[in-house]
Write a protein that binds this ligand. Sequence first.
Ligand code: DAH
Length: 378
Amino acid sequence: MPNIDNSTSAKTLADLGAGNPTEIRLLFGVQRKDFDIESASCSDFSALESLRVKWIGRKSILTNITDNWLKPAAKEIKPIVGQALNELKAHVEAVLGERRQALEADFNARASHGKEGVDLSLPGVTRPIGSHHLIRQVFQEIEDIFVSIGFSVVEGPEIETPYYNFEALNIPEFHPVRDDMDTFYLDLPKGAPSPLLLRTHTSPMQIRTMEKRKPPVRVIVPGKVYRRDNPDATHSFIFHQVEGLAVDSDITFCDFTGTIEYFVKQFFGPGVKTRFRPSYFPFTEPSVEFDVSCIFCGGTGTSAGGGTCSKCKGAGWIELFGAGMVDPAVYGFVNYDPKKVSGFAFGMGIDRLAMLKYQIDDIQVFFQNDVRFLRQFP
Ligand code: DAH
């Protein structure tokens, strides 16, 4: 129980010698002043509670004033005492309410400050700055080389229809090359207009580009491709390609070899030699496989230690990518006149190029995102 100072309020007005309105108001004024001083220094919830008990609790100063001043007061002065008491009570209640609100606001402010607390003296959090993935860097290198000789970069959907992925590239339904390009098909609701698959190569963008543009066309298409391959050091069910396509009224096999050689020398360095071998793709005629002299043994087939070069297996050559002159049949699918246009196309595996150039022996590291690998290519 707080120590309630009831000394004045314990006495009657007669004891205090207050008989007229002025003296009564003076007495109430002194009480009010006392309360104001006490409430001003009340700075926490428990002090506020003590103050409340002292002034308006059951055995408080205001109950004393009611009992000792008001009740025994003479009839003529009773209304004055009553009115002054009401005013004092209203004042005490109002001030107690205000103090409570102020303390609560202060409390909440502190609490939320603690939660979201900004301590300006703490050192900041330094986040490591990321870098482009090696595959992205190699895409960029290749794009820069081709853009510098007049190609533009286009991208296409990874989810394709069999029409774009196969048929329009002159690969009809039961063509044997489809065996090498098994892929993932999407589960579609019954009655969907066409099956959908994850594209097995970037070549569908040849068709999409020629459908939209009239010749001359010079584009490269970087992107992700998918195949139902089991993962090992050189296979992954997802990998990356850059497709190239150039079609115009007078493009010859010479333009084709010149362009490809220029690219390879820019990419691997001027010392490399190149060669073509006949090959087969349904959408090119003639088709070639493009090789580069082994960048590990300098084309000798012998490693520095004297043994057979393990990279080219002694051949001195490394197979780089497939290419060829666009098969006239393909023009039929995009309403180009095969008598008026000619062109070449190529498709290279970026993971393979990156592995060769940066001497990486496992394709899986591209997809594992191990920072110890990523940091080697800042
Ligand atoms: N699309 C072929 C593949 O993924 C690669 C290719 C070969 C693309 C010859 C071409 C090309 O544009 O002319 O195996």
